[in-house]
Design a protein around this ligand. Structure first.
Ligand code: LMR
Length: 335
């Protein structure tokens, strides 16, 4: 009898210690700037589902897509102040925060496929870069893919000479600024939420992005030509407010880390297809002409752009560039 009672009390103690505490769930506001039906939008939603299931409702994730809560230029500060807990900004948007090394991902032609890219984002270089965020009160949890960039404009863009004098919207990255200057264009930083209008009104003549972003922001409706150049990459760092993250009950944090790991696998699995499907949809409207570069044209782009790697060494760090060359086997001398 004594033994049965002891077992019962033991079991009850276990139940009490693992029980959900009374009160409100922990809320994670996850703000981002793209549409729901994009690689990032779908992955944020997948993370929400996993996080809520695995914490049995002790965590509630509120996803705010499409710049509905904060837009570019606002969201980083909102995270640092704790007004939101989670973001997934493009790697091209960390310069204003003072972490310029992330702009290394903007170097043209640095990555030729997802395999090389993952050697960086899932390896030691990726981790070292995320660690740099700690001093800004931010913890980097993961990298999520979007994809390789296309260029859109109202005139056909085949070779670097076609860029001359045109205004291009860019994300807030000095490397992207240098990239468009190397093509003879005039770069202009603009928040993602303003790109459609910027293109429609002619404030800018063209832009670069992934096809999923082009389609879901309807940029294709105001751009007659789209060149499949794959000259650069867009991906994300999923980041959280460090104080908030460190203050979570350890069992909750562990569950959320697991949900983030699985959401990252999901993000990287769907990214390519989402962008391929978006290109097909843009094609099927028949309104935007799709341009595929010839091998000779591609060489011209590379020749015009590869110098940006050297030019930007002081901005993003020669060591970082070289570590990436080493991880991916990239050789700038071999075009
Ligand atoms: C942009 O062009 O600003 C995009 O990278 C936005 C995004 O988060 O994909």
């Amino acid at each position: 009898m004594k033994k049965t009672l002891a077992t019962l009390f033991g079991a009850m103690a276990l139940l009490v210690s693992s029980a959900v505490p009374a009160g409100e769930p922990i809320v994670i506001k996850f703000s981002h700037v793209v549409a729901h039906d994009t690689p990032k939008g779908l992955s944020a939603e997948y993370f929400r589902k996993l996080a809520e299931e695995r914490t049995q409702g002790r965590v509630k994730v509120e996803v705010y897509p499409n710049s509905t809560l904060y837009k570019d230029g606002e969201e980083m500060q909102a995270l640092q102040l704790g007004s939101v807990q989670m973001l997934a900004p493009s790697l091209a948007k960390f310069g204003p925060l003072g972490v310029r090394e992330f702009e290394v991902f903007d170097l043209p032609y640095l990555f030729s496929d997802y395999t090389g890219l993952h050697k960086v984002t899932q390896g030691p270089v990726g981790k070292q870069l995320l660690d740099k965020l700690q001093s800004k009160g931010i913890t980097g949890l993961a990298y999520w893919d979007n994809g390789f960039k296309v260029v859109t404009a109202n005139k056909p863009m085949h070779v670097p000479a076609d860029f001359k004098g045109l205004k291009f919207r860019i994300q807030s990255s000095k490397v992207l600024d240098a990239q468009f200057r190397a093509l003879g264009a005039i770069p202009q930083v603009m928040a993602f939420s303003e790109v459609y209008q910027g293109l429609q009104t002619g404030v800018v003549d063209g832009t670069e992005n992934t096809t999923s972003n082009v389609l879901t922001q309807r940029m294709n409706e105001v751009q007659k030509y789209l060149t499949v150049s794959n000259h650069g990459y867009i991906g994300y760092a999923v980041i959280v407010n460090k104080k908030f993250w460190d203050g979570l009950p350890p069992d909750i944090r562990t569950a959320l880390e697991g949900a983030m790991r699985d959401a990252t696998t999901y993000a990287d699995d769907i990214a390519r297809k989402e962008n391929d499907d978006a290109l097909e949809k843009i094609k099927s409207t028949g309104k935007t002409q799709i341009i595929a570069l010839t091998p000779a044209e591609r060489v011209q782009w590379k020749q015009a752009l590869i110098k940006v790697h050297r030019q930007q060494e002081s901005r993003v760090g020669k060591d970082t560039i070289e570590a990436i060359y080493k991880a991916t086997g990239f050789d700038p001398a071999r075009l």
